[in-house]
Design a protein. Sequence first.
Length: 172
Amino acid sequence: MFRVEPHSRYTVTANEVPGLESTDISARFKSTNNVPIVADRSMYFRYRTGDGGEIVDGHASVGVKEPAKYWYAAEGLSSKDFDTWILVSNPNDKEVTANIDFMTEDGEVRSLTLTLPPMTRQTVNMKDAGLDDVQAGTFCASDDGIIMERATYFNYEGMRGDHESVGYPVQI
């Protein structure tokens, strides 16, 4: 538990929390006294590219207010210079099934299904889903509320970097 003073901010450095030094995580923050809070995620990393290079960078994203069953991500690119990952988190106390549709520019839809145990996160590289040299938007539907993000890492014409975006939740 962390105490945040009024009109202030507090940083939790995940790799300084015992047991989280070198693991992938999702986090859930909840006010214990019903005071509204705002959470975001800043991430700093070394990412090894397929060509043997390295990207040393960081990105940030606003937190999500609540899980949703349906999410969109408008953009993703998979090529020799770009790696796009879809991150899906299950904040529930029960198993969730999530169906991911990659919608390509030519109208083809490629799908895969994830089974997420309670309180877990999984990541999918578009290349691992059979999408290489493809631009695609993503739609994710689940049988209970989840959280979806899209992260892209690139080494394009000598520029190395990344960008990340939380998905856009929709009601269907």
